[in-house]
Design a protein around this ligand. Sequence first.
Ligand code: ZN
Length: 166
Amino acid sequence: MTAKLAEDGAPGKRSQPAPKATPMDSALEEARAAAARGEVPVGAVVVDANGSVLARAGNRTLELRDPTAHAEIIALRSAAAALGSERLIDCDLYVTLEPCAMCAGAISFARIRRLYFGASDPKGGAVEHGPRFFSQPTCHHAPELYGGIGETAASSLLRDFFAARR
Ligand code: ZN
């Protein structure tokens, strides 16, 4: 790994390797797919301790006629099914938008290790806004928080989506 990095950093012509897609890139892909289905463009990805993708999902509340079918909930459910455990120990969640109160609760119950989110959501978010779920004394597991990851792309997706609906 180190040798590879040094090699790539060496001067001279060298074909550029394609940048490796990050879990947030996959979450953004899910958000775009959700928008194409007419859903609010939010996507989520769960990765295990090794960074392998366990589950990925976009919003499906309209399609499933299910108010709980947020990207995070669907991704957590399918990751739990994949692991055969209701606790996603050492797993991380990437989501394009600051989670709402429902999803923050589910993230806590799932024992998610790190939460990476894109755009902040002053209207419906529950991490940095509103209930600030993870800071409450009634919250028994709080993930490490990393906000603003892929924020620009996530925000512009949401902005374009809502602009198109007006
Ligand atoms: Zn939610």
